[in-house]
Design a protein around this ligand. Structure first.
Ligand SMILES: [Zn+2]
Length: 419
């Protein structure tokens, strides 16, 4: 009975082909979704610059103790630091390389630690627009959407809510200023690809300080470098609206507020000298914003950790995370003195499914394993320091973060839609 031959009929053969085809379509859809390719043409994922492994700029913390718990003061200022694509793997790898196995990154010295879930309204694996919207507005939306509901209704952002109370506001990034994460704090568009509209929205919002790249969407179509489809000159419009405009580290030194637009590249920042570093930009933004009487809300993004991880480039992932950690340090340096500033560090999602292994305790020969070229669905860490920081402990959803900020600032009716 085992030797009984059986031929496959033509109908069965057809059925097998159909089933195989269906399986192929399903798996490729899932892997595509898992990859969540960022629709962005402003950078090259495969950054192969030779100095990518040079992390000599980074001065690790000598003290590895936690920063003190600040009690009995109210929150006047918020500095919200987002490492794009920075999961625990990225933090761990950067720490091993930058501070050693028993060392700590500055962000790891923040005394309160939590974990947030990152799924979007329509996907288990989020993109930076949907997670940025969650972190900025307290609502989940579909991947690709910026500061709006899945139906396109505008959600108030925590930056806008802070501004409504008279606080000064700022965005500091290493991507273009209209990239998904900063866009979610100061603009409302159905698609992150609509960068011209995002740039307009950011200006309309009169955010005090905006530092990043992306001049090409601020220049009129007739300019050779422009990527705009119209003749609007947003740099000119910004100046008319009262902004000072700068585009170099030299100009940054002497620049002052209360409105300052700094676009240091046509596209994203190079994150290399002579450009100002993310830490220098953060320091300057804090210097300007802290002059405002009613406090400030500042979002700082290490935008390119994500890009290094999309390229599965471990050296650059470490470099970008350490550059971001330097910015966290300058935020904490201010907060330690000020005592009315809360610093919260988190990520929008993890990128690359990064795993770190190895044998030697000196971390010289680490085994770095990537499980994807896209984002993953892992939760990401939250680190907090300053008055009220304890409410950021625990495991919760990313939409809770801006709600906690609103609570600390006694902002009622948040989250909500605009109008
Ligand atoms: Zn990404």
């Amino acid at each position: 009975m085992f030797s009984k031959e059986r031929r496959i009929s033509a109908a069965e053969f057809l059925l097998i082909i159909v089933v195989l085809l269906c399986l192929f379509i399903t798996t490729s859809a899932v892997s595509d979704e898992g990859a969540t390719k960022e629709s962005d043409d402003t950078f090259n994922y495969s950054d192969t610059k030779e100095d990518v492994n040079d992390i000599s700029f980074y001065q690790p913390s000598v003290d590895t103790g936690s920063f003190p718990v600040i009690k009995d003061s109210r929150v006047k200022n918020i500095i919200f630091c987002i490492g794009d694509g920075m999961g625990l793997g990225q933090v761990c790898l950067a720490c091993m390389k930058g501070a050693g196995i028993d060392g700590k990154l500055y962000m790891e010295r923040l005394p309160v630690v939590g974990l947030i879930r990152t799924h979007s309204f329509n996907r288990l694996v989020t993109d930076s627009a949907a997670s940025g919207t969650a972190l900025a507005t307290g609502f989940k939306t579909n991947n690709g959407m910026v500061g709006v509901s899945p139906e396109g209704k505008r959600y108030l952002t925590i930056l806008e809510a802070a501004k409504d109370t008279g606080m000064a506001t700022g965005l500091v990034v290493t991507s273009t200023i209209y990239h998904a994460t900063p866009a979610c704090f100061g603009a409302h568009v159905g698609s992150r690809k609509n960068m011209a509209k995002i740039a307009e929205g950011l200006l309309e919002n009169k955010i005090n300080v905006m530092f990043g790249g992306g001049r090409e969407q601020f220049l009129p179509k007739s300019d050779a470098n422009s990527k705009r489809e119209d003749e609007r000159n947003l740099i000119g419009e910004a100046k008319e609206a009262g902004y000072s405009y700068i585009q170099s580290a030299e100009e940054l030194k002497s620049a002052c507020g209360p409105f300052l637009l700094g676009l240091f590249q046509m596209k994203a920042l190079t994150t290399r000298s002579p450009e100002p570093s993310l830490a220098e930009l953060t320091e300057k933004a804090v210097e300007i914003l802290s002059k405002e009487q009613k406090g400030f809300f500042l979002m700082v993004e290490g935008s390119q950790i994500d890009w290094a991880c999309h390229a599965n480039n471990a050296g650059n992932a470490v470099r970008q995370t350490l550059l971001f950690d330097e910015a966290v340090k300058s935020a904490v340096d201010f907060a330690l003195k000020d005592k009315q500033t809360i610093v919260v560090v988190t990520a929008d999602h993890e990128t690359g499914g990064l795993i770190v292994a190895g044998k030697d305790l000196q971390c010289k020969e680490l085994e770095v394993k990537w499980t994807s070229k896209g984002h993953s669905g892992l939760p990401v860490p939250v680190y907090a320091f300053g008055p009220g920081a304890e409410i950021f402990g625990g495991v919760y959803d990313n939409t809770e973060v801006p709600k906690k900020f609103a609570g600390l600032l006694s902002i009622k009716s948040f989250p909500r839609m605009i109008e």
